[in-house]
Design a protein. Structure first.
Lengths: 281, 370
């Protein structure tokens, strides 16, 4: 029976493999190829070598600006989302009434799609800023913090749930041993709780890092890059390059490849660094 | 070094749920006191109240002569060993043991000295740089002990510390713990559900049931003079046999009558208490399995105490043999030397050692004779 099944392995695996190849692998390889060409459609492509990459970085400052803006945004978001989510998780794992209600409420923003969320926050923030006679596109600062607030609002609930699971996994007698050993709340937090939830920290940092770096819908809906292109993040810049300028598809494609490499390197680096601190129980 | 006094201690979780009603106990300085009882009897709760991990709902808890009801665990000068060991998995053995000392801001050389001293006693020196997951159960257990030892607390609290070990290691650790207690000269409070641990290690034992102390005494006294049927049944393996019997009196002599037997009570029992109240009533005769004697010379000496046990099952234990059968409808276990030629299906003639037997009140379970 076992042997018979093994013979049919390719038959069972084929549909998934084919789908994966068609939807992911082939476009991915073609995408890399196209980044070295000047093209209008995938069949109408002319090899230009690394010219697209040179153009991406030198023709204007858009890509570098977007990269810098994205990095700043990511650093601030990753720290704020994780710190706030962690402390909410700490609060909601204490024995008190209504924790389930709070957990559900904090999780809810996550259920709203990015574009909708962007427009809602656009309305909210502009509503407040109108008192001062300005709107979110008045200064890049507003756009930046607007994005940070929105990102926090959306992701904190989700990360909180992961942290709650992590905290609840810490054996109670470990905390009791620490309290007998003379560790106060701060020492317990840094010496016991945080090391013990390292797996949650790894996964949450990974999720916030990649989500922040790849942010697109919310960026488009909240500021669309305004004022000028000052609040344009990498993904939006790639989109604008690709669809915004005729004949720049190859450049957009080159930017996308660079973008992929950056995200992949950062994600692997982060997983390696935080993963090293994890312990088996 | 300190004594521990529990005065009218009460523990309730909510209005309806009372775990401990009114507990009074005095644990002497340097004593090895073991709290024993079935699960849910409140022994762990009592220990956790001493540790400060559970709030005390009423009464007073003193360590030394200081009331510590509202003192934080870290300020009670205690150390605790948990059943799960509760080692910090992300720290090395050394750091696990040094953790409490670091919190007290002791000097590094001092910490080093104490950790190495404890590691030497517990034979952990070569494992100091390992993480707990790289240790065996017995080694982890010793790390947990070491973590408590380095603090040189005045009270050691141990919550079923041996129950995660295998039987052989458990026996070894019993000896080690006893020795440790002698070396450290500190008060030990130890919780277990295993009466063998209690009997082998304790200076005194507290037997608990349903949040109530049944008896506090030395292992010897608990075994020989249980104050009630629960204690009698809990201490000793196999368990004491309980046989319902009628107490009869005839010209100043008393007899217990059960099944077809009529066995005279020894003077010791008769003198201990006026049995007149119980005459004609049903009492519970308690006989330990080892107080059945199959040896021929013993049987001849005590002809009047002889019973005949149809053996359903005989368990060979090495030095002894356990005989299982029924007297009337009551299941009975007898433990006799394995040299006696008895097998399942035989009827064994056994003499009861009435000097070692006990009588209990059928209704209250209290001991009638000591």
């Amino acid at each position: 029976m076992h042997k018979n099944l093994k013979r049919y392995f390719p038959v069972f695996a084929l549909p998934t493999c084919a789908a994966f190849a068609m939807a992911f692998l082939i476009p991915f390889v073609m995408g890399i190829y196209l980044s070295f060409t000047k093209f209008t459609t995938v069949t109408n492509a002319q090899w230009v070598g690394v010219q697209n990459y040179i153009t991406a970085f030198t023709a204007d400052n858009n890509f570098i600006n977007a990269l810098w803006f994205t990095v700043k945004f990511t650093v601030v978001s990753v720290i704020s989302v994780n710190v706030i989510a962690f402390f909410l998780a700490m609060l909601l794992t204490r024995p008190m009434k209504g924790t389930n209600l709070f957990r559900s409420v904090f999780f809810m923003p996550n259920l709203i799609g990015g574009i909708v969320l962007g427009y809602i926050w656009n309305l909210l923030i502009n509503g407040i800023l109108s008192y001062y006679g300005v709107d979110i596109t008045y200064s890049a600062k507003y756009g930046f913090w607007g994005l940070v607030v929105m990102m926090n609002w959306q992701l904190i609930g989700y990360m909180m749930v992961i942290y709650i699971a992590g905290i609840q996994n810490i054996p109670g007698d470990l905390m009791e041993a620490a309290s007998i050993d003379g560790a106060g709340p701060v020492k317990t937090l840094f010496k016991i709780t945080i090391p013990m939830v390292m797996p949650s920290i790894t996964i949450c940092t990974f999720l916030t890092l990649t989500n922040s770096f790849k942010l697109f819908d919310q960026n488009l809906a909240l500021t669309a890059g305004a004022p000028g292109r000052q609040t344009q993040m990498l993904a939006l810049d790639i989109y604008n390059t690709f669809y915004g300028k005729i004949g720049w598809q190859g450049v957009g494609q080159a930017k996308a490849v660079v973008f992929f490499i950056i995200v992949a390197v950062i994600a692997f680096l982060q997983l390696y660094l935080t993963g090293k601190k994890e312990v088996e129980q | 070094m300190a004594s521990i006094t529990l005065k009218n201690i009460k523990k309730t979780y909510d209005a309806k749920h009372t775990v401990i009603e009114n507990l009074n106990l005095e644990i002497k300085d340097k004593e090895f006191m073991i709290l024993v009882g079935p699960s849910g009897c409140g022994k762990s709760t009592t220990l956790r109240m001493i540790a400060g991990l559970e709030e005390i709902s009423g009464g007073e808890l003193l360590i030394g002569d200081r009331v510590v009801n509202d003192v934080a665990p870290k300020d009670r000068d205690i150390a605790m060993v948990f059943q799960s060991y509760a080692l910090y998995p992300h720290m090395s053995v050394y750091k696990n043991m040094a953790f409490a000392l670091k919190r007290k801001h002791e000097k590094q050389e001092e910490i080093d000295r104490k950790v190495h001293a404890a590691a030497k006693v517990l034979e952990l020196e070569e494992y100091l740089n390992r993480k707990p997951r790289a240790l065996s159960g017995g080694q982890r257990q010793r790390v947990a002990l070491g973590r408590a030892m380095v603090r040189q607390p005045s009270v050691f609290l141990l919550d079923e510390p041996l129950s995660n070990l295998d039987a052989k290691l458990r026996a070894e650790m019993r000896t080690q713990l006893k020795k440790l207690h002698q070396d450290l000269q500190t008060t030990f409070v130890y919780v277990t559900h295993d009466q063998t641990e209690a009997m082998t290690m304790a200076d005194r034992i507290v037997v608990m049931k349903d949040g109530v102390i049944q008896q506090v005494d030395t292992p010897q006294n608990l075994y020989n003079h249980p104050s009630n049927q629960f204690v009698a049944g809990f201490i000793g393996t196999p368990q004491m046999n309980f046989i319902d019997a009628k107490l009869a009196a005839e010209s100043g002599r008393y007899f217990v009558c059960f099944d077809a037997y009529r066995i005279p009570l020894p003077d010791r029992m008769v003198k201990a208490r006026d049995l007149a109240d119980y005459t004609g009533q049903t009492v519970v005769l308690g006989v330990r399995p080892e107080d059945f004697h199959g040896e021929a010379e013993y049987r001849l000496k005590t002809q009047r105490n002889l019973i005949h046990l149809p053996v359903d099952q005989a368990e060979m234990m090495g030095a002894e043999i356990y005989l299982y059968g029924e007297i009337g409808k009551t299941p009975v276990v007898a433990k006799i030397p394995s040299a006696e030629p008895v097998a399942a299906g035989d009827t064994a003639a056994l003499a009861l050692d009435m000097q070692a037997a006990h009588l209990f009140d059928k209704r209250t379970g209290d001991a009638i004779t000591d």
